[in-house]
Write a protein that binds this ligand. Structure first.
Ligand code: CDP
Length: 280
């Protein structure tokens, strides 16, 4: 029986065999699963499971801006709301959005906004609600990846996808895709997002200590990992379109000919006349 209390920080994060606590190699990603179009009431939505992270993103809009004075006549505005549910971490999280949630909402918005053609939606707002149901390190990266999928599902024109992952340093070794424990007890955490249409960095934050050589090596590992994650994002989007196509295969539109339009107008006129006669 393990005597490790859930929130107790482990002393060593890399074992004698060179593996991490969850059995991964240093440059190995956690299992990632994505699905697009999961919330019927939203204009666009997506879900991601990334290691112990479980996150939904729902997009509403473009729609009217409230309060009206926030509206811009030359372009639409993007709002992002990152929230962690009270039960998403082992110690109950306060329900009110704290400073961390506001910061993460902002960095996700800053990463995504430049790839959207917001100039197509003057006086409108596009809102992205991101709910972390279960958190285990790297949620800002997983949220960025899932938010862009939900926006694509909502049909918002974009220049390209955005993908994110965090590199880190634990027990003096460079790692990719930090888990919650590695994030908390490690020596460095380096979340990074890339915008694929111009291969530019869309998000880069750094917490901890690394020398320049380690930083360079981490960026190389990040790029390698991001290529893999982008493929998963593309597959999730393609699957959504294949699903829609399959659904449409069984859809038989009712053929309306000129004849039945005339019949319908006649019958409507007849009904209106009867109604009118009764009222008189
Ligand atoms: O999630 P991300 O790595 O982007 O952000 P962070 O602020 O570095 O948080 C790292 C991890 O700490 C989160 O993913 C959660 O697993 C955990 N955390 C927590 O246990 N309780 C909180 N109130 C906030 C975060």
């Amino acid at each position: 029986m393990s005597l490790l209390i859930k929130d107790e920080s482990p002393e060593k994060l890399i074992g004698e065999d060179g593996k991490r606590l969850d059995g991964r190699d240093l440059n190995e990603l956690r299992p990632i699963k994505m699905e697009v179009g999961v919330i019927p009431n939203a204009d666009g939505s997506a879900y991601i499971e990334w290691g112990g992270n479980k996150i939904y993103a729902a997009v509403y809009g473009p729609r009217e801006v409230h309060p009206r004075h926030d509206a811009r006549p030359d372009r639409g505005i993007l709002r992002t709301f990152y929230r962690m549910t009270t039960f998403s971490v082992s110690e109950r999280k306060r329900p009110a959005p704290g400073r961390r949630e506001k910061e993460i909402s902002m960095v996700i918005k800053n990463a995504i906004e430049p790839v959207l053609f917001l100039e197509l939606y003057p006086d409108s707002v596009i809102e992205v609600f991101i709910e972390v149901i279960s958190a285990d390190g790297g949620t800002r990266c997983a949220c960025t990846a899932v938010a862009i999928l939900a926006l694509a599902d909502a049909g918002i024109p974009m220049k390209g996808l955005i993908t994110a992952v965090a590199a880190g340093k634990v027990d003096g070794k460079l790692i990719i895709d930090c888990s919650g424990d590695e994030d908390k007890s490690g020596e460095a955490d380096l979340p990074c997002a890339i915008s694929w249409y111009n291969n530019q960095i869309a998000l880069l934050q750094f917490d901890g200590i690394m020398d320049l050589e380690e930083f360079d090596k981490s960026i190389d590992q990040i790029i390698e990992a991001l290529e893999k994650i982008r493929k998963l994002q593309e597959e999730a989007l393609k699957k959504r379109y294949i699903d829609v196509r399959d659904h449409l295969k069984n859809y038989k539109p009712k053929v309306v000919t000129t004849n039945n339009i005339e019949e319908k107008i006649d019958s409507n006129n007849q009904q209106n006349q009867n109604g009118g006669d009764q009222r008189e």
